[in-house]
Write a protein that binds this ligand. Structure first.
Ligand code: FE2
Length: 347
């Protein structure tokens, strides 16, 4: 341990010893499925501050997990950074992480956003909300995720194959139990608004942004989507996306019951990295207030630190009650509920 500390300290102090010129003393290999420019901005800032390059391998989450499994003990990965607790749970169940030192967590970090065995920790969070057109609908007609199954509303949501929906269903399964969740699912799919162009069956099409566009185009009344997409659409180069985001309103469901579903992006040390100390230093950098500010302001994600304000856009929607959920349990539950979704007819 002592040796590790010395090595980490030496790497960090080298740029200072040599002068202002950043020196590439080392690299950390980071595997990620995140697709946001803000991440590279932070990686570049870290390199500038320390001389350590963050070498990024960006892939779809399933491919990334398979690649890590195939690489096995020879994997050059030092860090794994994934969106959604479900994916983090999958990576953990395959033995891809090693525990991090819990002392790296700052005092203002809420422990509930870490894996119980400290295999991963959340860096940012997002809420899965309902969006609607305020000219066509009143917020009073919305209440809970559960109520959507029995309301006369056309619902737009992406496929069951996407982990965002699997995690939402997993969270409800933990709160409501299997029977109630299955019956909710069978009611919900009857309300799906979007029809498959070939079969005309009610099937989800597209990503979260497409669901909002369906509401805007009056093909649906309510869309389920992650909060950061509203911010990203408002700042999009596509004028339609800006108009959609400017027009639609956000509703936080389950405010007087179990709270709105919140999910995370999380990071952990790969099982194979010998550079624990350096990798943990990088995680500390991402948890610093300045980095959290960048995640919040550039990508409209909720900061993970409990004393930080979100972006003004998110503040304008007001504070909300989050689901009180065990993220580790939810991360494992996604694999259980996916067959329930398919069984109910949610393609
Ligand atoms: Fe996303």
């Amino acid at each position: 341990m002592k040796k590790r500390l010395l090595f980490g300290g030496l790497i960090l102090s080298l740029p200072m010893l040599i002068g202002c010129q950043p020196v590439q003393t080392s690299t950390l290999n980071l595997y990620t499925d995140r697709h946001y420019e803000v991440d590279q901005q932070l990686f570049d800032a870290y390199e500038e501050a320390t001389g350590i390059t963050i070498q990024v391998l960006k892939m779809d989450a399933d491919a990334l997990i398979t690649r890590l499994e195939n690489e096995g003990d020879a994997s050059p990965a030092d860090l794994i950074f994934l969106t959604d607790a479900g994916r983090l749970g999958r990576a953990k169940s395959k033995g891809l992480f090693q525990p991090f030192d819990a002392n790296l967590l700052p005092d203002n970090y809420p422990e509930k956003y870490t894996d119980t065995d400290k295999h991963w920790l959340a860096l940012t969070k997002r809420a899965r909300v309902l969006v609607y057109h305020p000219d066509r609908m009143d917020a009073d007609s919305l209440s809970t995720y559960e109520a959507l199954a029995s309301q006369d509303l056309r619902i737009a949501t992406r496929s069951s194959g996407h982990v965002y929906n699997q995690s939402l269903v997993a969270s409800l399964a933990l709160l409501l139990g299997e029977e109630a969740t299955k019956s909710w699912l069978s009611g919900l799919i009857e309300r799906f608004a979007i029809r498959d162009p070939l079969t005309q069956s009610r099937q989800p099409v597209g990503n979260d942004r497409d669901q909002a566009k369906a509401v805007f185009a009056n093909q649906a009344d309510v869309a389920m989507m992650n909060t950061y997409y509203m911010g990203r659409m408002l700042t999009s180069s596509d004028p339609l996306e800006v108009e959609v985001a400017e027009t639609l309103s956000v509703f936080f469901p389950n405010q007087s019951t179990t709270g709105t579903h919140v999910n995370i992006s999380g990071i952990g040390l790969s099982a194979t990295t010998p550079k624990q100390e350096q990798a943990e230093d990088f995680i500390k950098f991402l948890l610093a207030t300045s980095s959290q500010r960048i995640f919040a302001d550039e990508n409209f994600e909720y900061p993970i630190l409990n004393d930080m304000e979100p972006h003004p856009l998110l503040q304008s929607w007001g504070p909300f009650v989050e689901q009180d959920i065990d993220f580790s349990a939810m991360s494992i539950m996604t694999e259980t509920v996916y067959p329930w979704m398919i069984e109910a007819g949610w393609n």
